[in-house]
Design a protein around this ligand. Structure first.
Ligand code: ATP
Length: 261
């Protein structure tokens, strides 16, 4: 038997009224996997992320993290259990400083009690100090430490994307979900992003799943690619196999093509 999966998506279906956005999808992710989910617009990619993170509870099927069923849990519980994400449209706390964006996320892991917080006990002060130190370290890793006191909204776009990732990591996840991290980036920024994602996986020894339309990024980075089309998982495999898979080509072109030589 292989190593136990970190995340198991088991026969997950998500329906919205008459529309089935995800159909009977099963995916297994190992502890340090770096994989991508691709597919045409409306294929169900974001919905799949939403069923993993507890925004939706799947209509059918189960999601398991480290052997624990998470598919009926609240989104905040799932964050605590170890799944963090970024969004297609950046969602930072715009009017907070860069470091406060990180510290807020880090608070999902606090150990002091409500009482300690109210009365600012020694335990509270020590942990707050630790949180500030850890948040600064995280900003250093992302080359954002010199911008720690800027308001998040005043960062350039590429730096906002990095901050969103750093903030996700501050919750100390086992699994990081990135929803279109390269959206709006130029080729140079995309190349840096690709290096950053590798670095994150290696440094933090976590699993990463990304949804991405930029095929250069996907093909260059993902060890395995899953392809959704109209909610169905139509292919999974290494980038070369996916690129040559007639079902995938058809899904993208929306028409039959001649795969002969
Ligand atoms: N809350 C919802 N209520 C009703 N329909 C929804 C809901 N969320 C998603 N859908 C529908 O489910 C389908 C899949 O949408 P989803 O956003 O998951 O696709 P996607 O692959 O992420 O697309 P894109 O690449 O454009 O972001 C679409 O037809 C969408 O309109």
């Amino acid at each position: 038997m292989g190593a136990a999966a970190l995340l198991s998506i088991d026969k997950v279906t998500m329906r919205f009224g008459g529309l089935t956005a995800v159909k009977n999808v099963s995916i297994s992710i190992g502890k340090t996997d770096l994989v991508a989910v691709i597919g045409p617009n409306g294929a169900g990619k974001t919905t799949l992320f939403n069923t993993i993170t507890g925004i939706y509870s799947p209509t059918e099927g189960t999601v398991t993290l480290d052997g624990e069923k998470i598919s009926a849990r609240k989104a905040s519980d799932i964050t605590k259990l170890g799944i963090a994400r970024t969004f297609q449209n950046i969602r930072l706390f715009n009017n907070l400083s860069v470091i406060d964006n990180i510290k807020i996320a880090r608070h999902t892991r606090i150990k002091y009690s409500f009482f300690d917080g109210i009365f600012k006990t020694k335990k509270y002060r020590e942990e707050e100090k630790l949180i500030t130190e850890e948040s600064l370290k995280l900003l250093e890793l992302f080359n954002l430490a010199d911008k720690k006191d800027l308001l998040a909204k005043n960062l350039p776009y590429g730096a906002q994307r990095k901050l969103e990732m750093a903030r996700a990591l501050a919750t100390k996840p086992k699994l990081l979900l990135l929803d279109e991290p390269a959206a709006g980036m130029n080729p140079t920024e995309t190349k840096e992003l690709s290096e950053l994602i590798h670095f994150i996986r290696d440094q933090f020894q976590i699993a990463v799943i990304l949804i991405e339309h930029d095929m250069n990024l996907v093909m260059g980075i993902a060890e395995r690619i899953y392809v959704l089309d109209y909610g169905n998982l139509i292919a999974e495999g290494a980038s070369r196999d996916i690129q040559n898979n007639p079902k995938v080509i058809e899904a993208y072109l929306g028409a039959d093509i001649d795969t002969g030589h």
